[in-house]
Design a protein around this ligand. Structure first.
Ligand code: DX5
Ligand code: ZN
Length: 224
């Protein structure tokens, strides 16, 4: 409702039953599948790649939102586009040529996003707003699920919201403001009030499977 989107991070799903987990969480009312890619280089953890994206693609019609925490970035873009990604985001520090990487993502038919770590300044958004479909504000340092929400992120979300609204007024284009890390029922309202419209949640969702085996209750809680 109200243009809000919930994007479960499958990083906290049961990887032994990943297809079912994706189906269940979308059936329970989630909007987007958030797909965390870590390379043990840009971040100190190693997760999943295009093969897994390709494997879950037929399980849902929901958009797959690929969050690349990798360096270098560019070689993975065509691979994820081919594997069925709808959105591809990356961290500007991880790309030699941010504008080129954004163009590459769009040339492959995907929506493009920039991900900003807690200490990454908003200047990285300068000059590329016209190429962005999404801005991902990190409310934890990337690398692991289950970390605590960094409260300083709220002021940053509000700043990014102002930039997006200015851009929309000039161009008529909306850019999604996705927030990632430590979101749960107890803080999602504050994130929405600061200006977030797309909410990633991993441990809060996959750690809360109901007695009926579904994620309906936690999805309803987050949406409310
Ligand atoms: C962190 C990832 C997040 C994370 C979210 O590096 O980008 O998507 O898995 O998980 P929670 O909601 O548990 O913080
Ligand atoms: Zn993520």
């Amino acid at each position: 409702s109200g243009g809000f989107r919930i994007a479960p991070s499958i990083l906290s799903a049961d990887f032994a039953r990943l297809g079912e987990e994706v189906e269940n969480v979308i059936a329970a009312g989630a909007d987007i599948v958030h797909f965390d890619v870590m390379d043990n280089h840009y971040v100190p953890n190693l997760t999943i790649g295009p093969l897994v994206c390709e494997a879950i693609r037929p399980r849902t019609r929901a958009p797959i939102d690929v969050h690349l925490m990798v360096r270098p970035v560019d070689a993975l873009v065509p691979m994820f586009a081919k594997a069925g990604a709808d959105i591809i985001s990356f961290h500007p520090e991880a790309s030699e040529h941010v504008d080129r990487t954004l163009a590459l993502i769009r040339d492959h038919g995907c929506k493009a996003g920039l991900a900003l770590n807690p200490a990454t300044p908003l200047q990285h958004l300068d000059h590329v707003m016209g190429r962005l479909d999404l801005i991902l504000v990190m409310s934890v340092n990337p690398g692991f699920g289950g970390q605590g929400f960094i409260p300083e992120a709220l002021a940053k979300i509000a700043q990014v919201r102002r930039r997006i609204d200015c851009h929309a007024a000039e161009s008529g284009r909306d850019i999604w403001l996705e927030v990632d890390g430590g979101i749960k029922a107890g803080n999602i309202r504050a994130v929405a009030e600061a200006g977030g419209d797309t909410f990633v949640a991993g441990s809060a969702i996959f750690g809360a499977r109901g007695a009926d085996g579904s994620y309906r209750e936690i999805l309803a809680d987050l949406r409310n």
